[in-house]
Ligand binder design. Structure first.
Ligand code: FES
Length: 119
């Protein structure tokens, strides 16, 4: 898998993504950035005041995990890959086949003043 920094579509650090309040709790929100023909896809997961970012690429087959803002199970307790149904804990650790023990790639973000920024 290529490094995140190899993708020119990945937003630079400091780009505002959204307000924390725009993400359901628990909930998720997807983002797409384009640069010429390249695409960077990432998503945020909120759990209380904690917000984590992940690259939207499943470790199994490399497919996007979700779409729009739908990345979590209905109960909101796991990240669900729409490809083949793998479940991940909200910290990005795979807990069911075919991704048990795998990890989602982190997309570093930070919360400042109730807003989420790339880090
Ligand atoms: S692509 Fe995610 S489980 Fe297969």
């Amino acid at each position: 898998m290529k490094e995140l920094s190899d993708n020119p579509a990945r937003p630079a650090p400091g780009v505002r993504l959204c307000a924390v309040a725009e993400i359901a709790d628990p909930g998720s929100k997807g983002f797409r950035f384009r640069a010429d023909s390249r695409l960077f896809a990432g998503f945020l997961v909120r759990e209380g005041e904690a917000v984590r970012g992940f690259v939207d690429q499943c470790p199994h087959a490399g497919w996007p995990l979700g779409f729009d803002d739908r990345y979590l199970t209905r109960a909101g307790d796991h990240i669900l890959c729409a490809g083949h149904g793998a479940l991940f804990s909200l910290d990005g650790t795979g807990v069911t086949a075919p991704c048990a023990g795998d990890r989602l790639t982190a997309w570093p973000v930070e919360v400042r003043g109730g807003e989420v920024f790339t880090a």
